[in-house]
Design a protein around this ligand. Sequence first.
Ligand code: GDP
Ligand code: K
Ligand code: MG
Length: 269
Amino acid sequence: MNLIALAGNQNSGKTTLFNELTGTNQYVGNWPGVTVEKKMGHLKNDKQLMLLDLPGVYSLSPYTLEERISRKYLIEQPPDIILNILDSTNLERNLYLSLQLMETGLPIVLALNMWDLLKKQKRTINLKKMEYLLSVPVIPLSAVKKENISGLVTQVKKAAQEPPKYTYPEYDNRLESALEMISQQIQDHVAPSKLRWYAIKFFERDEKVIQKIKLTSHQQQEVEDIITTAENIFAESSDSIIVNARYDYVAQIMAMCVIDRNDFQMSLS
Ligand code: GDP
Ligand code: K
Ligand code: MG
């Protein structure tokens, strides 16, 4: 059996898609120790694919209960695939979460929902380019209009059989070298597949991670020196460095892949 975690921002259409994919095959429980609803269900006509609905979040920081549930699950009980649903009409904000999901290193499929609304707005997204830039499958659909659900299911099944591999989104060179140096300090404490995630979390001085991964005091000092050096170079706090790096990356994707009516008119004139 393959486990697929459905992740996305609030109002991206997660519930609509989950209901469409699972139909009546749903089981509702709670996440351990909290009263946040945990929904699971297998795909209609396919008991081999189990879908888990993660709480709607904008980020994987440790600040809200929903964020903590989502990231703890993705890191400690990783699913086979993340099915990331995005609102295509709010791509910038939604991609910010996608990048963080990709930082976990787990195989991921991007479902660009609300495609009907995007068309109505006379905008479009260059899917081929987006797939190329992110090196992950990107599927347009409309959950509420039931458009291209089958295309998505096909892609998810394909991904379950052969998990798509990708290279991490690469951020600013100076940030990348800091992350590389942190990775060297922490590599004996975390699994190789999670090195990227933990390097970024240490760089952000993420309290949950600092508590969980017990570095030696020498390593702690080395990591702190790396972070401080980066903060001096960028003249920013380390968490802002990461936030800005993600937004810069999203801005590049937006500039290269999103086409609206004004662009068409300009290219015609
Ligand atoms: P969630 O917060 O991510 O679970 O989102 P919901 O599934 O509750 O959907 C939020 C709103 O968007 C609801 O009013 C849905 O009917 C609507 N919605 C979901 N998918 C689509 C879609 O593909 N197209 C359009 N036009 N609306 C959608
Ligand atoms: K909602
Ligand atoms: Mg919902």
